[in-house]
Design a protein around this ligand. Structure first.
Ligand code: GLU
Length: 359
C-alpha cells in the first residue's frame, strides 16, 4: 500500500514537472485560451507628436509586439501572440488586403491550438473588413475586430482598453458562433449592423439594430443574437474564393448625372451600388441610364445613403421589371462587400437578392 501511494505521488510530481516544462517550452498553459492578434494598422497603432494630439497623428506606426507589450493585463486574460499582417491606414485597404487577411484568419482558426482571433484595424473601413470576414470565414471560433479613435500617445487614449476588451471577448467560449464581432468603447457589436458614425468621438461605432452586448472589466454581458446568416452558416467561403468581383459605389444627390455610373461601367464594374437618396430613390433622368447599364450586364443594386436606410424591393422603383436588386438594410459600403463576394461566387441577380435578405 505504502509503495503504491509513494509511486502515485512520484507519478503526480513527474506529471506536474512535465506539464510545467511544456509550458516553459511553448509558453502556453493548457487551460487558457490562445488568442492571436492580427495587426493591420490604423489609429490603434497610431502615434502623435504630443499627448494633446488626439486628432493630429500618424496612423499605423506602432508594431504589434509593442502594442501587446504595452498592455501587461493581456497576459491575465489569455496567451496572446501577435502577427503584423499589414501596417496601413484602413482607407488604403484594397480587395487584395481583404483576401490576404481573410485567408490568414481562416488558416489560424483551423489550428486547434488557436481559440480566437483579434484583428486590430483602422476605424475608417473597419466595418467593411468585419462584414467581409463575417461572410467568408467558416469557423465558430470568436473573430473580433477592434480599433480606436485616439492614438496610444494621446491623453485618455482608448486603444489599450479596447484591445484588452477585444482579447477578453475572443478568449471567451461564450463568444463562439455569434458571427464576427466588433469591440469598441465597452460595446460588442455585430459586424453586419455596426457602422462608424463620427470621425472624432470615442463612441463612434453604432449598430443599426442595437449592440449585442457590453464588456466591462473583462466580463461579457450579452443581450441578443443576430438572426442573419454568417460564418459557419454562410454559403461563401474564403477557401473557395479566388478574388472579389469589381463592384463600385455611386453616390446620389440633387443634380446627379450619369458620369460616375458610365465611368464605373467602362472600367469593368460587374455591379454598381446606387447609394440613393431616401429609399434608394433614383432621379427620373437617371432611370434610363441605370436600365441601360443593367441591360449591358452591370448589375444595379439600390441602397440608401441615409444612415439606417432600409430599401424595400419594388417600392420606390419597379425592381422586378428592371432586374434591379435592393440592398435592404445594408449601407452602401457593406452592400458592396456582399456583391463583391456573391458575384465572385457565381450568383445571378435572383440569388444576389436572396443573399441581401439573408445576410
Ligand atoms: N484613417 C485611419 C484609418 O482608418 C485612422 C482612423 C482610425 O483608425 O480611427 O486607419
Amino acid at each position: 500500500m505504502l509503495r503504491a501511494s509513494r509511486c502515485g505521488k512520484y507519478l503526480a510530481v513527474l506529471a506536474l514537472a512535465l506539464a510545467s516544462s511544456l509550458f516553459a517550452i511553448t509558453g502556453f498553459a493548457a487551460d487558457r485560451a490562445h488568442v492571436v492578434v492580427l495587426a493591420t494598422g490604423g489609429t490603434i497603432a497610431g502615434a502623435g507628436a504630443d499627448a494633446a494630439n488626439s486628432a493630429t497623428y500618424q496612423a499605423a506606426k506602432v508594431p504589434v509586439d509593442k502594442l501587446i507589450a504595452g498592455i501587461p493585463e493581456l497576459a491575465k486574460v489569455a496567451d496572446v501572440t501577435g502577427e503584423q499582417v499589414f501596417q496601413i491606414a484602413s482607407e488604403s485597404f484594397t480587395n487584395d488586403n481583404l483576401m490576404i487577411l481573410g485567408r490568414r484568419v481562416s488558416a489560424l482558426l483551423k489550428d486547434p491550438k488557436v481559440d480566437g482571433v483579434v484583428i486590430t484595424h483602422g476605424t475608417d473601413t473597419l466595418e467593411e473588413t468585419a462584414f467581409f470576414l463575417n461572410l467568408v470565414i467558416h469557423s465558430d471560433k470568436p473573430i473580433v475586430v477592434v480599433g480606436s479613435m485616439r492614438p496610444g500617445t494621446a491623453i485618455s487614449a482608448d486603444g489599450a482598453l479596447n484591445l484588452l476588451d477585444a482579447v477578453s471577448v475572443a478568449a471567451n467560449p461564450e463568444s463562439r458562433g455569434r458571427g464576427v464581432l466588433v469591440v469598441m468603447n465597452d460595446q460588442i457589436d455585430a459586424a453586419r449592423d455596426v457602422t462608424k458614425t463620427i470621425n472624432i468621438k470615442t463612441n463612434a461605432f453604432v449598430s443599426q439594430w442595437g449592440a449585442l452586448g457590453m464588456i466591462v472589466e473583462g466580463k461579457s454581458y450579452w443581450f441578443r443574437k443576430v438572426d442573419k446568416k454568417h460564418t459557419i452558416n454562410s454559403e461563401f467561403d474564403i477557401d473557395r474564393l479566388k478574388e472579389l468581383a469589381p463592384v463600385e459605389i455611386a453616390y446620389a444627390y440633387g443634380n446627379v448625372g450619369k458620369e460616375a455610373y458610365s465611368a464605373f461601367a467602362a472600367a469593368g464594374a460587374k455591379a454598381i451600388i446606387h447609394a440613393g437618396t431616401g429609399n434608394g430613390s433614383v432621379a427620373n433622368r437617371m432611370v434610363p441610364v441605370l436600365r441601360d447599364l443593367q441591360d449591358h450586364g452591370v448589375q444595379i443594386i439600390r441602397s440608401a445613403r441615409v444612415w439606417g436606410g432600409f430599401v424595400l424591393r419594388n417600392a420606390e422603383q419597379p425592381d422586378d421589371q428592371y432586374g434591379w436588386v435592393v440592398a435592404h438594410d445594408l449601407n452602401p459600403q457593406k452592400a458592396k462587400i456582399l456583391a463583391s463576394v456573391a458575384i465572385a461566387s457565381g450568383m445571378d441577380a435572383k440569388a444576389l437578392q436572396k443573399a441581401y435578405w439573408e445576410y
